[in-house]
Design a protein around this ligand. Structure first.
Ligand SMILES: [Zn+2]
Length: 248
């Protein structure tokens, strides 16, 4: 299991199963901007490789040839916002793109930590978001920040646990999110969570895993969310929907 697969199964089991068979969500500009910022902080080599693999980012014609296309230019502002902040840069010191594995909640997990700093008992991850402070509506949780709505609380908690198991240690090291917004000028924050948040998130994963493993292995049929791109692509209607059920 990976964090993204776990997230996929929670969002829509049918889509998660289709993704295991090769179905892909199309790349969006928002995702590309996030990956671009990530690659930059991974190091010069990773950054050049990312740009070579994503030629759609770079203008190929006219006076701007070789530069970032207009819609991706703001990615450079995001990078500058982080780079010009000593606290952000301090939090991003450590070993980059570290792969760790451990067995947890009945599954073998593989994770990739952006920036691991065991000497300072910390790991960190850069997250790009539309706004750091804006609340969004979540049906289960009510109004929440991007950290919850994007599943980052779950991801950081899972990473803390896998790192702990990998290291064979009793306690967790501190998960840190270096957040930068896509606003002009970008907002930024160094975001932390507490041990009881990690405990709560891990309990939630332990609770969800039996169903996910059962669907993944084919023992139980996947549920369709009927809302995601995959469900919309493959939808076949069989009944009339009562109007008040449309937003359920
Ligand atoms: Zn779906």
């Amino acid at each position: 299991m990976s964090n993204s697969q776990y997230k996929d199964f929670l969002a829509c089991e049918a889509r998660a199963m289709a993704m295991m068979d090769g179905w892909k969500e199309p790349q969006t500009d928002a995702l590309l901007i996030g990956s671009y910022v990530h690659a930059y902080f991974e190091g010069p080599e990773a950054f050049e490789e990312f740009k070579a693999n994503n030629p759609e980012l770079i203008s190929s014609r006219g006076p701007t040839k070789g530069e970032l296309k207009t819609e991706f230019k703001k990615a450079n502002n995001l990078i500058r916002a982080i780079e010009s902040d000593p606290m952000c840069m301090f939090m991003l010191q450590g070993e980059k793109e570290v792969i760790l594995t451990a067995n947890f909640a009945g599954a073998d997990w593989k994770i990739k930590i952006d920036c691991l700093n065991r000497d300072n008992n910390r790991f960190s991850d850069i997250k790009t978001t539309d706004s750091i402070t804006k609340e969004t509506w979540d049906k289960k949780l009510g109004y929440v920040s991007f950290v919850e709505s994007k599943g980052y609380l779950t991801q950081m908690s899972l990473y803390a646990e896998i790192e702990r198991l990998d290291a064979g240690r009793d306690g967790w090291i501190e998960p840190i999110i270096v957040a930068v917004s896509k606003e002009d000028p970008p907002d930024k924050a160094v975001v932390g969570l507490k041990a009881y948040d990690i405990e709560r998130e891990l309990d939630q994963i332990r609770e969800n895993m039996p169903r996910i493993l059962s669907v993944k292995s084919g023992s139980e049929a996947p549920n369709r969310c009927e809302k995601c791109r995959y469900c919309r692509e493959t939808k076949q209607l069989t009944k009339i929907t009562y109007y008040a059920d449309l937003t359920l």
